[in-house]
Design a protein around this ligand. Structure first.
Ligand SMILES: Cc1cc2nc3c(=O)[nH]c(=O)nc-3n(C[C@H](O)[C@H](O)[C@H](O)COP(=O)(O)OP(=O)(O)OC[C@H]3O[C@@H](n4cnc5c(N)ncnc54)[C@H](O)[C@@H]3O)c2cc1C
Length: 346
């Protein structure tokens, strides 16, 4: 086994470019290779890899290996694992660093098994501590952080997106070493015929947004006038999302209402749920509205740097150290004013 650090990536749905998460994993791989004093190799998989190879040529890898062709266009365990295995057998790396995309999260644990190595997924950092590669990841819904070192090699490390600055460089002509991987018919039994995504999620979940806007069940509850105002709530929230470009999160109580035949916000699904049994999104800022701020919800805010909340109740959970700023106010009024300001600024 050589002492190489291998950066492994696949091209995105466009068929030729690398996903953003790949540039972040490349940044981490370069840092680790530099700190260990080891050479970097790059491995690429996809229908066409030429422009991806050119895009990372300036990273200064010792070699760029690629498995390409129509058989490697779509995410498919059998062909992805075979391609990754062929690249690893050629580069014989000690450490493999790859983006934790859904495609690789499915294929690379199998790669570790084939190489008799080890794999860790959903990593939030990869460093070198006292000369040893060291990774971190969260457990128990982001309550415990583990610091991991392993003796097994090769060690395959899948880095979550948004955790490392992306590598940037000017594209340059790359010299690519093509590897041919035979694909038997049984490896092609699974065929991707298309992708279907619920329209509402595609529009409202925006991982790259600067702001996470969270709506709680209060939006659908009776208001001081004794009535619910769901259509008004929908209009206010959608207008704010349009004007601010924020990503939309929801509390469990709100997203569960759709299954309980109660008044619901039509664009809110379980995929929007933030918290212990929901997601843990990463955004620089968060604004919670009509949500009580209970611990099982707030645990999902761990990676939101600056937290603000709007609630009528001065004793809500946000007031107890869970938010940086709590506005004790009516969210209907606050959001209407915010939309007015956003509209005036555009
Ligand atoms: C095992 C377990 C896992 C859980 N996982 C999750 C999870 O992943 N995510 C999650 O969210 N919850 C989770 N929960 C549920 C959590 O404990 C809460 O029940 C839930 O978050 C409450 O949602 P809410 O704050 O939107 O609703 P409510 O508790 O009903 O709060 C509504 C709030 O809206 C405010 N309000 C009403 N009208 C207005 C207005 N006009 N202006 C301003 N404020 C207003 C009210 O003052 C109130 O504070 C979990 C619970 C358990 C037991």
């Amino acid at each position: 086994m050589s002492q190489t650090v291998l950066f492994l990536a696949h091209v995105d749905e466009s068929g030729s470019a690398l996903p953003r998460a790949a540039y972040e994993a490349l940044g981490a791989a370069l840092d680790v290779a530099k700190q260990l004093g080891r050479p970097l190799a790059i491995g690429l998989i996809g229908a066409q890899v030429e422009s991806a190879a050119n895009a990372v040529a300036a990273a200064g890898a010792q070699q760029i290996l690629a498995v390409s062709g129509p058989d490697f266009a779509s995410p498919r365990y059998a062909t992805d694992a075979a391609a990754a295995e062929a690249i690893c057998r050629a580069a014989t790396p000690e450490i493999v660093i790859a983006p934790a995309t859904s495609r690789f999260l499915r294929a690379l644990p199998g790669l570790a098994h084939r190489l008799k190595g080890c794999v860790d997924t959903h990593l939030t950092s990869i460093n070198v501590i006292e000369g040893k590669p060291t990774a971190t990841r969260w457990f128990y819904r982001q309550r415990l952080e583990a610091v991991i070192q392993r003796g097994a090699r090769p060690w395959i490390l899948l880095l979550d997106s948004g955790c490392h600055p992306a590598w940037t460089g000017t594209p340059a002509p790359a010299e690519v070493q093509a590897i041919t991987v035979p694909v038997p018919p049984e490896a092609k039994r699974t065929v991707v015929t298309g992708a279907r995504a619920p329209k509402s999620d595609a529009q409202t979940i925006r991982p790259d947004a600067k702001l996470l806007f969270v709506a709680g069940a209060g939006w659908t509850k009776k208001q001081p006038d004794g009535k619910t105002h769901v259509p008004e709530a929908e209009a206010l929230i959608l207008e704010f999302l349009r004007g601010s470009g924020a990503s939309l999160g929801g509390s469990k109580s709100l997203v569960d209402q759709s299954g309980e035949s109660q008044a619901v916000l039509g664009f809110m699904t379980h995929l929007n749920q933030v918290g212990q049994t929901g997601s843990t999104p990463r955004h620089p800022k968060g604004l919670s509205t009509c949500c009580h701020g209970e611990e099982p919800h707030v645990v999902g805010w761990r990676f939101i740097n600056e937290r603000r909340a709007v609630n009528l109740d001065p004793n809500c959970g946000w007031a107890r150290g869970k938010a940086d700023v709590l506005y004790v106010a009516d969210a209907f009024q606050v959001m209407a004013k915010l939309n007015e300001l956003l509209g005036a600024g555009s």
